[in-house]
Every structure is written in structure tokens, then in C-alpha cells.
Design a protein around this ligand. Structure first.
Ligand code: GDP
Length: 300
């Protein structure tokens, strides 16, 4: 909880200073109050559509029963944010028999390889066996970088050479995971391809390869997004959600950004839950995302 709180400090300052000021000044909540609240939500990168929706719901409430003052407004705002985040939560389809296959997708530079390493470490610490697959054969340093993370987390790694066929690497990794009885296989994939069609083709081929060897695989497809890129990141994410059957988001670099509100824009605009948050560059700087903790850290 404390680590989440620290990570969203800057978002909290942006949101809370303004809301705090609001509460101090607000005796009763009227139309003007709500109009003034909207830009505060936008400043935290909650997104135009989401902010408008929140304001509209608060307006309805104000008309129906009235809103007492700042304190009640804050409570209602919390409830609004929670409803949005919980509305997109999805149960994870864990397989009956291992391995569980997790595919990591996303644009280069978002922290995909780092997150793959951190996840391997997180699962290992939970006592689960993990195998990593370096299937980002497009970016020059991605394979070596993942090797370093594999060493750090003491996780075995299956790789192919740069420029090789990522599906071939995944095939080998699936075969190895089955043979070894590994519980979780995490595959890092390429983050940049020439066109959306290329991206779709490659990710589809990988999915089919995994599915053929392990029924139901990939069980999770996690899209890695950089919180600091705000609304631009959202645009890029759309491409991946169309191409890759994404089941959840890993939001990286939540430390050091005032744009933590992007979590809400992701929920409204992509209809996807954030499942993990990256809060630094070190191996244990990844935490499972919890909506209540996040909202409390944001507004308390
Ligand atoms: P990829 O190209 O998507 O595989 O990105 P990398 O894994 O190489 O990460 C890009 C940069 O982001 C690196 O310098 C990482 O250390 C940094 N990074 C990744 N996750 C986080 C995070 O949660 N917080 C911070 N502050 N930096 C991160």
C-alpha cells in the first residue's frame, strides 16, 4: 500500500491539491463546482471521455439528491473512480494443468523487457517455476537484456538469434515448459513492426503456435504501457488491443508521473484492467494493481 502511495505521489498532488482546495472552498455543490472540477480531472490525464462521464454522473446525483459539500463530493468521486476500474476487471483464466502462458506485448521503450524480468522474479518469489522466452527478435538488445534479467531472477531462458522467427522460439519454449513441468512461461515479443498487418500476422502466428502445443494458451496477454506517455500511449495501445487479444495492462513508470489518472482512461477507453504497475527500475519494482489501494492513494 505504501509503495503504491509513493508511486502515485505526483498524480496525488495534482489531483488532491486541487481537490483539497476545492473542498476548503465548497459549501454546496452546484453546476459551477462541477464545471470547475472537470479540468482538474483532465490534468491528471483521466481523459476527456472519462472525465465528462464522471462529471455527468455527479451532476445527475446533484440533481437527484444534492451533494452536501466537499467531503461528500470526494466520497462520490472515489466511488465513481472505483466503479470505473472494477467494471473492467476480468477473472484470469488459469489453466487446469501447467504451464500457464503469458505473452507480453507493447511498443518499444515502454518497459516490456524490464517488466518481463520483473514478472519472472515476482512469480519465482511466490514459489512458482518460471521459464522465459526471448521472442523479441526485432530489437537488437532485447535478447541480451532479457538474459540479464533472467540471471538476476535466476530464471531459465529460451532464446533465438536476432532476426530469427519469434514463433520458433516460442515453440521451443512451450515444448521445454511442458517437458520440464514449468508452471509459468512468459514470452517477450517484438514491440515494433512495419505495419499493423505485420504485427497482427506475427502475434497471430505466435498465438497459434502456443495454442497448438498448450490448449488455451496464451492464457494472458499483457500489454505494457508507459504511464508517462499519457494520452499518446493510449493511441498506441489501441493498435495492440486490436491486434493481440489483450487481457490486461501493465502500467509502467507510475513512479515519477503526474499522469496516473491514465489508469481510468485505460478502463474507459480500452475496457481493460490494469493488472500490474511498474514503480521503478529495480527488479522488485512491480506490484499487483489493486483498484481500492490506487484510488485511496490518489485521493486520501
Ligand atoms: P522495452 O523496449 O519496452 O523492452 O523497454 P525496456 O524494458 O528496455 O525499458 C525501457 C526503459 O524504461 C528502461 O530504462 C527501464 O529501466 C525503464 N523502466 C521500465 N519500467 C520502469 C518503471 O516502472 N519505472 C521507471 N522509472 N522506469 C522503468
Amino acid at each position: 500500500f505504501d509503495r503504491m502511495k509513493q508511486a502515485v505521489t505526483r498524480t496525488r498532488e495534482t489531483l488532491n491539491d486541487s481537490i483539497g482546495g476545492f473542498i476548503a472552498l465548497t459549501r454546496e455543490v452546484d453546476e459551477g463546482t462541477l464545471t470547475d472540477l472537470e479540468p482538474i480531472l483532465l490534468a491528471a490525464d483521466i481523459g476527456a471521455a472519462t472525465s465528462a462521464q464522471i462529471i455527468e454522473n455527479l451532476r445527475e446525483r446533484a440533481l437527484r439528491t444534492g451533494i452536501e459539500g466537499g467531503t461528500e463530493l470526494k466520497q462520490l468521486l472515489k466511488a465513481e473512480l472505483k466503479r470505473i476500474l472494477d467494471g473492467v476487471a476480468q477473472p484470469i483464466r488459469h489453466p487446469d494443468t501447467p504451464p500457464e502462458v503469458i505473452m507480453m506485448v507493447g511498443v518499444n521503450g515502454t518497459g516490456k523487457t524490464t517488466t518481463t524480468g520483473k514478472l519472472a522474479n515476482l512469480f519465482s518469489q511466490q514459489g512458482r517455476t518460471v521459464l522465459l522466452c526471448a521472442a523479441d527478435t526485432f530489437r537488437a538488445a532485447a535478447i541480451e537484456q532479457l538474459e540479464i534479467w533472467a540471471q538476476r531472477s535466476d530464471t531459465p531462458l529460451i532464446k533465438t538469434k536476432q532476426g530469427g522467427d519469434p514463433s520458433a522460439a516460442l515453440y521451443d519454449a512451450c515444448t521445454a515448459a511442458k517437458a520440464r513441468g514449468t508452471q509459468i512461461l512468459i514470452a517477450d515479443t517484438a514491440g515494433r513492426l512495419h505495419t499493423k498487418t505485420d504485427l497482427m500476422k506475427e502475434l497471430d502466428k505466435m498465438r497459434r503456435t502456443a495454442e497448438r502445443l498448450i490448449p488455451g494458451a496464451p492464457h494472458q496477454t499483457l500489454l505494457v504501457m508507459d504511464a508517462t506517455t499519457g494520452q499518446n500511449g493510449l493511441q498506441q495501445a489501441r493498435l495492440f488491443t486490436e491486434a493481440a487479444h489483450v487481457t490486461g495492462i501493465v502500467l509502467t513508470k507510475l513512479d515519477g508521473t503526474a499522469k496516473g489518472g491514465i489508469v481510468l482512461a485505460i478502463a474507459t477507453e480500452l475496457k481493460l484492467p490494469v493488472v500490474y504497475a511498474g514503480i521503478g527500475e529495480k527488479i522488485d519494482d512491480l506490484i499487483p494493481f489493486d483498484s481500492t489501494t490506487f484510488i485511496d492513494s490518489l485521493l486520501d
